[in-house]
Design a protein around this ligand. Structure first.
Ligand SMILES: [Zn+2]
Length: 429
């Protein structure tokens, strides 16, 4: 058996305590957050103190904290950690993304900075991109930053691509679309499109979250790509004057047709938005056809009753005459014709009714003076309004099948002193 000296043991225990204490403090110093301890050159440069003085200061602070408030080792470290953080405002070596000479965001490693630049490019690396670069002068520079001047990677990415750390979102509610949301927040609908490049505005879902932060990215990714596509060529419209039509009347002589061309173009985009297009090749597949419209120059007749009546349509035949038919009194004549046939005023006069009227469907009534009125019923479209003065032969409506009607036709009625009379006395069909 060996006889131990108790005094010596005590002494070693004290040494062991001090040693473990120092080991803990060194471990703490080596901790990533506190790399500053090992970055001696940076620290001494920053604080303009000698390395030795600086360390002595730290140790003193460290020691007093522990001897005065200790309870357990973890707490000790926690306290010291906080204390030193606040006292030192430690500056450490950093890698900053520099845009046009200005440091935008700091990273602890160069790899993270490189990765961020790659992440910024990623969304724009589509098929067919032949050139991708930054518009700004972007570099990674070595710098010194405060220990708290770092963002985590995702925060940094958001900050650089949005130009802000602000996060503002809106949850889509029933009946909302980009226009109503934009109005609500006093922004432009086009900004919402830019703020949400991944969302199709036509397919908003209730409860979907959309960003209200219009990106003003610090870095602009410029891409160039060559694309081949087909596009329409619009047609021109030409007017031809004609004495066949009255002034204010138009008729299409030749329908316009869009042409088509095959285009090969170099498209330049900034952050995915097209900014310019350089057409490299163009091949016309189909020439457009110019639309020709006849324009009336003939002076219209006076817009008053002439006393004689003309057929209200240039085509059609009588499908049901005036008078008692199948036990019912028919107050006019029915003229069969396809829906959309032009209906003309039988004589000049004033429109006294233009609108829906029960079994008549869409109806126009013209008063011609001399106690004469004409009715045009079951119309598909009315071209005049109450109070309009019309001339004999003026287009007033398109025929149809509205109201109580079993097929497309015009119900034409002539009233004298308010009483329906047989129209055949006035017009010939
Ligand atoms: Zn009828």
């Amino acid at each position: 058996m060996i006889n131990y000296n108790s005094k010596r043991i005590k002494k070693w225990i004290i040494y062991a305590c001090i040693a473990s204490f120092l080991v803990l403090s060194i471990l703490f110093i080596m901790d990533d957050k506190q790399r500053a301890y090992t970055e001696e050159n940076v620290i001494s440069d920053t604080f303009k103190v000698k390395k030795r003085d600086y360390r002595a200061f730290l140790h003193k602070k460290f020691y007093s904290k522990i001897t005065s408030k200790t309870s357990n080792d973890l707490e000790k470290l926690e306290l010291v950690n906080k204390d030193i953080d606040s006292i030192l405002k430690v500056k450490v070596k950093a890698y900053s993304i520099n845009v046009n000479g200005k440091d935008i965001v700091n990273f602890k490693t160069k790899e993270e900075a490189i990765k961020l630049l790659e992440e910024i490019k990623k969304p724009f690396m589509e098929d067919g991109i032949k050139d991708l670069k930054f518009k700004e002068d972007v570099s990674i520079v070595e710098t010194i930053a405060g220990i708290n001047d770092f963002k985590d990677f995702d925060e940094a990415l958001y900050y650089v691509t949005k130009g802000t750390s602000e996060v503002r979102k809106h949850k889509v509610e029933k009946g909302e679309n980009y226009w109503t949301i934009a109005k609500k927040y006093k922004i432009k609908a086009s900004d919402l499109v830019r703020a949400n490049p991944d969302i199709d505005p036509e397919r908003l879902q209730i409860g979907q979250e959309i960003s209200l932060v219009v990106p003003k990215s610090f870095i602009t990714v410029v891409t160039k790509e060559v694309k081949e596509y087909k596009e329409y060529i619009p047609f021109d419209t030409k007017y031809e004057e004609t004495k066949v039509l009255y002034k204010g009347e138009y008729r299409i002589k030749i329908n316009g047709e869009k042409g088509e061309r095959q285009v090969k173009a170099e498209i330049t985009k900034e952050n995915g938005i097209e900014v310019s297009k350089n057409i490299l090749e163009e091949k016309i597949i189909k020439q457009p056809v110019t639309k020709v419209v006849l324009k009336g120059i003939k002076n219209p007749p006076p817009r008053i009753g002439t006393g004689t009546f003309a057929k209200p349509t240039s085509r059609g035949y009588i499908t049901s005459p005036f008078g008692i038919r199948w036990g019912r009194r028919h107050t006019g004549i029915d003229i069969g014709m396809p829906t959309g046939t032009t209906v003309k005023a039988s004589d000049g006069g004033k429109v006294i009714y233009a609108g829906w009227k029960g079994a008549y469907g869409k109806l126009v009534i013209i008063d011609h003076g001399r106690n004469m009125q004409t009715y045009y019923a079951h119309l598909s479209k009315i071209l005049v309004k109450k109070g309009d003065k019309v001339f004999k032969g003026q287009a007033i409506a398109k025929s149809g099948n509205t109201g109580r009607s079993t097929g497309p036709h015009l119900h034409f009625e002539v009233r004298k002193n308010g009483v329906p009379v047989n129209p055949i006395k006035y017009v010939r069909y």
